[in-house]
Write a protein that binds this ligand. Sequence first.
Ligand SMILES: Nc1nc2c(ncn2[C@@H]2O[C@H](COP(=O)(O)OP(=O)(O)O)[C@@H](O)[C@H]2O)c(=O)[nH]1
Ligand SMILES: [Mg+2]
Length: 436
Amino acid sequence: MFDNITARLSEIFRKLGRKAKLSKKDVEKGLKDIRLALLEADVNYKVVKEFIARLEKSATGERVLKSFTPGETLLKVVYEELRDFLSTKKKIEIKADGRPGVVMLIGLQGSGKTTTAVKLANFLRKKGKRSLLVPCDLKRPAAVEQLKIMAEQNNLSFYEIKEKTVVKIGKGALESAKKECLTPVILDTAGRLHIDDVMLEELVQLKKLLSPKEVLLVLDSMTGQDAVNIGLEFQKKVDFDGTVLTKMDGDARGGAALSLKYVTGKPIKLIGTGERPDDLELFHADRMASRILGMGDISTLIERAEEVIDKEEAEEAAKKFKEDRFTLEDFRKQIKMVKKLGPLEKLAGMIPGMKSMGQMDVDDDAIKRIEAIINSMTVDERGNPKVINGSRRKRIAIGSGTTVREVNRLLKDFEMMKKMMKQFSKGKIGFPFPGK
Ligand SMILES: Nc1nc2c(ncn2[C@@H]2O[C@H](COP(=O)(O)OP(=O)(O)O)[C@@H](O)[C@H]2O)c(=O)[nH]1
Ligand SMILES: [Mg+2]
């Protein structure tokens, strides 16, 4: 997410950060660089103009120029402007209550409506809501089947359609949801490759009849400025409450995310960050601004961790570190937990400073090899790695399809990590992230 623009901006701030004092000229040069970085990220030029104009006002004032740490202060100013630029100031929420509440997803074909419908139902389930997924795409029979299969895979309620028109399906689904006390009803509507009047008319009718609490326009972030134009086109005919930006995990340059709220005036409410049914996040302008600037997103990381990590086990592990009882078996358990968080590459952007450090040398493949090595050890060896001598190392390497060098490295790293964690748990070293 935002790889290029984040790298560019980090570089700009790194250069400015080296100076003890910033002149007005330095700041102006910095703003010029930021402007270029935004344009290259495919942000609409009008949006860039407006954003830079706002920055000029706040960045060339005394707060930055007279600061003792001007680079940091400037970064803070840019962060605040970016955050305000991305947000509508209202709290972002998905209205899912009612008898039943109705959430309607609209958008072009391939934008990610069906996937988002399932993700949203999953997302709401974590908040105690039981959704009903309703296929409203009669043009493509495969579309109904796709939603049905995904609903089944995720154990979600699905509305079996008997009706022949979309409007009747809507009515029927509402009745059914009422009976079964499900809310919200999530409507996965039909999309076309291009916006056309027939599609828009169908959406308008459906909206009129079901008065959804939430109409969300789903847009593919990979289409950059096009996503923004599509947003404007839809807005002319069907009023929506917010947007969902999908495929943010791809190599989108970020333009859509940065322009969308400004151009449509509607909040981005959700972002899709992968193909898995859990890859959906509520949009937080502050966190997004932080990610774009390479400052990381610790809040999201912690929330994710809390969802998948067993608190008791984590506490137990911390205790073991302290008492020097942490074994390779414990390590293996931890790896399993961390893997549930998602691909490491995705987590990297949430860790402050990680993006600007360039390539991380821990990737998912490396993790798999580490697991294989530990799996090839006996229980004794995991509990007490000191017994792993040369011949055992050879056996483990063969068993795990790795090399003795890799086994050596893992054992060495493990000892190092144990030492480091012991220091942390004794409070000798501060929080491992810069700026905290
Ligand atoms: N990587 C990634 N792929 C996504 C995301 N959302 C949707 N997709 C993919 O985009 C394609 C189209 O999605 P679909 O939900 O069928 O679009 P629809 O035609 O609007 O219903 C599918 O291959 C999805 O797996 C996302 O957030 N990240
Ligand atoms: Mg679909």
